[in-house]
Write a protein that binds this ligand. Sequence first.
Ligand code: SF4
Ligand code: FES
Length: 267
Amino acid sequence: MSQAQNTGQVMKAVIRIQRFNPDVDRKPYLADYPLDITDDTTLLDALETIKNELDGSLTFRRSCRHAICGSCAMNINGKNTLVCNRRVKAFLDGKGRVTIRPLPYLPIIKDLVVDRSAFWEQYLRVKPWLIPPASYNENQAPNSEFRVMPEEVAALKNAETCIMCGACYSACSVVGMNKKYIGPHALLKSFLRVMDPRDSAPAERLENVGGDDGVFRCHTIFNCIDVCPKGLNPTQAIETLRKLAQKRRDFEAARVERQKTLEADHV
Ligand code: SF4
Ligand code: FES
């Protein structure tokens, strides 16, 4: 049994993997690897076994193995997902086969590893960090934390749990057509900052995402929701940003008033 680390009933599977080595291959091709699996074997287990026992040249990214780091997103049977927390058995077709490809719409570096430069460039474009109020003195630690209301946390819609896996970005048809589009991952992060009462730059952010390559470019296809391994809803975040971008000045004035009460509570 090649899948020695798992227990349970052993079954046969074929792991079909898209391979591509730019040094020797003219174009990507599919290679089949027969493997013994159990109910518990994850897609990442299968890839590790193939690399360790069948072909050491197989190249893929992974780190945490716990759906936290976001590095192992791939395309499984045509749909993006993480491979570290999904079991092979759930993806086998009638021939006992599962097909693993790299994330679409991104240049392939080797086998299942893609170049995520565009993904990170768009992310930085929305200034994903928190921009504190001008009164905040970064040289002097505050006496207490800035308290945010439970309903303000709820309005973030768990967006802070995004692990930046890229599954949504590379499933987005608009990204496929237009690499200038900011993309669902970065727009979700922008939403997180705009909705955070501690952030002092919502107007600037809304102006940024309200441009030609931002929220109004989304075609509401829902692919991002469909593939997100954290169950997040970038489409809804984009829709909220769209509405706020249309009434940007009023929103900015409301934020200034809210920050006055934050600072008053804080001193
Ligand atoms: S929104 Fe979901 S799919 Fe997109 S990067 Fe974050 S965790 Fe991944
Ligand atoms: S290895 Fe970290 S998310 Fe899968």
